[in-house]
Design a protein around this ligand. Structure first.
Ligand SMILES: [Zn+2]
Length: 90
């Protein structure tokens, strides 16, 4: 779970710095969870084989998030370029 400290501003979450949740890091899956939850909610009900499959899924999700972040940056760069060209042309 990723939260940000600027939740009152409607900004794309992908553009905000990532602030990890406070809590224990699970030694088995590496995710963080609140200590008052007792067992890790991400992997405590998974077998080792299921955990391996889940890890790949999580890696894919992280990669997809990175690609989306790059897509937004490129979109912003193109938009900025168009604005500059229009301003120069006027
Ligand atoms: Zn875990």
């Amino acid at each position: 779970m990723v939260t940000n400290t600027l939740e009152e501003f409607p900004v794309f979450p992908a553009l905000l710095p990532r602030v990890p949740c406070r809590g224990a890091r699970c030694p088995r899956c590496g995710h963080r969870y609140s200590k008052d939850q007792g067992a890790c909610p991400h992997c405590s009900d998974l077998s080792d084989g299921e955990l391996g499959a889940k890890r790949e899924e999580w890696a894919d999700q992280r990669e997809a998030g990175r690609r989306f972040g790059w897509f937004l940056m490129m979109l912003a760069a193109v938009f900025l370029g168009v604005v500059i060209v229009l301003l120069v042309a006027m």
